[in-house]
Ligand binder design. Sequence first.
Ligand SMILES: [Zn+2]
Length: 322
Amino acid sequence: MPNPIAATTSIGNGIFAIDTDYIRPLLDASHLIVEAGRAAFVDTGTNNSVPLLLDALRQYDVDVADVDYLFLTHVHLDHAGGAGELLKLLPNAKAVVHPRGARHLIDPNKLIEGAIAVYGIERFQKMYGGVTPIDAERLIVVDDLQQLQLAGRTLQCFFTEGHARHHYCLWDPASAGVFTGDSFGVSYRELDTENGEFIFPTSTPIDFDPAEAHKSIDRVMAYEPSQLYLTHYSRVTGLPRLADDMHHSIDAFVRIAMAHVDAIDRTAEIEHSLFDYFVKRLKLHGLRGGTDRVHAILDFDVSLNTMGLEVWLERKAKQTNS
Ligand SMILES: [Zn+2]
């Protein structure tokens, strides 16, 4: 099979976005940081993404032996699914992980089961191509605020646990940017208009926690970044307006979930309301193309966010009853 060609974008300060080809183009990015001949990936996509990440190294003239770190913002498989396979090919790299994520990389069975519960076995195989375990000695388990050096470039991990309890973000002072994984929502470039970027939270199963999600936004903004690098999808600059949008949107997700908590067909009701919410916001945002366009871009997210909100509702109900 010929080597695939990665779609990559240079975004300045030695940072490159690589499309991992997950679900559709421009949905899931891995970022490559290159500093004085050394390199690090932030998130890796899935096993299917690994040949693309290798091609990106070729494109930017980085040898596989020059990669020091795989920063895995969290262990969801669109972010860390390819890490085990990739590490086999990078002799000097270690994966950097939150303390709560480490055991899932060493033994990925829970992650695999979780993904199969959401997508079914057939789609799981197609979307992820399996998950390879990682030896404990190839992990760096970080503390909150821990700094690592990439050829003298300081990168700081800080915990943001609203999307997942094993999530951290990475502060890069050299670019005044933060790699936010899924802690600062999702912003697809297809939804950019003359009003700028459109952003919304991701409440993917199973850890979504609204109070923590608000805190995550505040923690990111406390660095006063001039740009963020989202896994879905890459660089946004419209801060602090996007932070406001995120806070409002987290509250809206909560309102929508609560409004349908006792509905007979709760899933359908929440999906319907979330979709309507996006349509209304996108109309104000100036997106053209009507609801068909919104369906094409956001149906996947609406379904995933609904699942996560229902898990949150159930967790909340259990806590109140116990
Ligand atoms: Zn994600």
